[in-house]
Structures are given as structure tokens and as C-alpha cells.
Design a protein around this ligand. Sequence first.
Ligand SMILES: [Fe+2]
Ligand SMILES: [Fe+2]
Length: 388
Amino acid sequence: MAMIGFPTTCVSQKILCSSLQSKPSRSNISSSMSVHHKKPFRPAREVEGQVTHSMPPHKMEIFKSLENWAEKNLLTLLKPVENSWQPQDFLPDPSSCEFYEQTKELRKRAMEIPDDYYVCLVGNMITEEALPTYQTFLNTLDGVRDETGASLSPWAIWTRGWTAEENRHGDLLKQYLYLSGRVDMRQIEKTIQYLIGCGMHVKTENSPFMGFIYTSFQERATFISHSNTARHARRHGDLKLAQICGTIAADEKRHEAAYTNVVDKLFELDPDAAVIAFAGMMRKKIVMPAHLMFDGRDPALFNHFSAVAQRLGVYSATDYADVLEFLVGRWKVEGLAGLSEDGNKARDFVCCLAPRYRKLEERARGRRETREKRTVRFSWVFDREVQV
Ligand SMILES: [Fe+2]
Ligand SMILES: [Fe+2]
């Protein structure tokens, strides 16, 4: 994947007449189900080779010892509900007599935005909507999980508070997209249902070392991605949508600060375990949380969505290298001393990785530029073709 800048052409299909938006036929629905569901109770995409509980149990004490620290330094990065924005703050008010006028204006602005942008926005929204998976994921981590569902351990309070904040992201984007009339909501809802049913496989092995390194990476990645959809919305003249994406991006930035602070602390208390976990995650590669997405039709949906995001510069291979480089600097990995042999190897590995990615990316970009342009049909935009 590589960032190749902004798209130079806009998809011209702006007019969405009701005939284009008709619901999929019964035969469409049944054929997609029969192809992908020999056993309908199994996830649409299954994952093998899952490793569990690789962190030695005694390391859990580190997280117990950090509870006071977490109370003062982690929970303070949650925003009180009363000071928090809510999706309704950015959407037409359904109880107001101005609702229809405001919605009409929203839809008029939405008409000016090309399909490839919507593919990115929908992909981001679907990623946010799989939130049950992410809360489950955080509760797989040994030593920090919410043991009861209402635990008063600071780790558990953080996880629930974080989830509650994140819940607004998918809500806001989904309601905006519903009102825009530009996307096939039924196909999008199907994708969300499939995705939550599939879960995610980010290979953190129940280890909070790996888990918090993953979330640090992810929060920064989502900050970049939402910031870029904000930037593009502004370019297309939709300042309200830009504000929506920018507001979500600001939350992601605060979450990034929280998770990177936790990992900072881990580097301070157990640098060897922290750097080995960091290298382990990078060797396995940080997969995006929605990597198992499926819409009932396109088995390569995530790759296609990623290719559009890459082409538009919403999230690219260059961003991946940038995030890695940022985290290496943030956790002062290069200067780590007194490590074990494995720790030294891990440090050297992560410090050399970003320049290697950049070289590979440069070559890949050259190949892409000479390659013939390709399009893919996205069910999210009524099966219209979008360049990947
Ligand atoms: Fe989010
Ligand atoms: Fe976030």
C-alpha cells in the first residue's frame, strides 16, 4: 500500500434516483448467503492459529501495581459525560420544525462528494461500529480485564469509559450517512453484522503489553484516518461533515495519549518485556480492527476498501510507517540500554523497520503508477464502480 495523493478525477455519479437505491432482490440475498454459509452459525470469515496467554502470570503484578497510577493518569483522560459532545449536536434535530430543511441542506452538500470518499467514510464508520468486538478484545487482556462487567478496578473503569466514548463515533457517522442518502444502508448494516460476528484477530495473545501497544498504534491510525476524511470533506465544501470527522479525530488523539502513556510506564517498569512485545507485534504486523469485514458479496472487501483509502490518502502505507516511527520515538526505544539479548534484538528490529517500510513502499508506488487503473464495485455505494 502507498499514498499516491488525492484522486484526480471525481466519480461523476451524483444523482441517486430511487430506482438505483432499491433493496436487493430476494434471489440476491439467498445466493450470497448460500455461497458463504455452508454452516450458517459459523463466522463468515474464520481465523486459525490463535495463540493465548503467552504472558507469564507473574507479570500481571505489574498491572496491579499500576492501579494507583492508572487512577491518576489514565482515568483523568476520560471526558465526563456532561462535558462530552453527543451525535445529536452535529445532526438535524428531529423534534425541530427545521429538521426537513436541515436534512435537505445536508443531502445537497452530500451530493457534491464522490463515491470513493464515501467508501472511505463508510469503511471508517463500519470500523467504529464493530465496537462490541473491541470491548471484548480489551477484556481478553490478562491482569486488566473487567472481571465482573461493573468492576471498580481503574483498568475496567477505563475500558468501559473508553467504550462509551467510542460508541458515539459509529453512532454519529452512521446517522450522518443515513441522512445523506448516498449509501446503501442495508448493505452497510449487513457488513456490520458480519463483522461483529467474525470478531478480529490482532494476535495480542491476552498480553496487556501487546494489547496496549496495539491500541496505541490503532488510536493514532484512526486519528490520522478521521483527520484525513475531515480534510477531504472540507475540500469538497462540506464543512459540517469536516467538523464531524474532526471531532471524532480529536477523541482518537486523546485516546492515543492515554494508551501511549500506559506503554510509556511499561517501558519504564519492564523495558525488556515492553520492547519484546513491541517487536512481536510489528513482526506479526498491526492489522486493522476491521480486517475481517465482509458484505455478503466481496470476499476481498477489506483489501478493496484499504486500496481506496490508500489512493485517496485517507490511510496509507506511509501512514503506517509514520505511526511506527512516532511510537519508536515516543517510547525512546533507540536509547534503551541494559536489555537482555532478546531485548537488544527486539530494539534493533523495531528501530530499523520504518525506513525498510518506506523503501518497500517507494518500489510499490512505482509499480502502481505504471499499472493499469482498476475499478471495483462496492455494494456500499449501490454497486457502483470505484477506482482502487
Ligand atoms: Fe473511534
Ligand atoms: Fe479511539
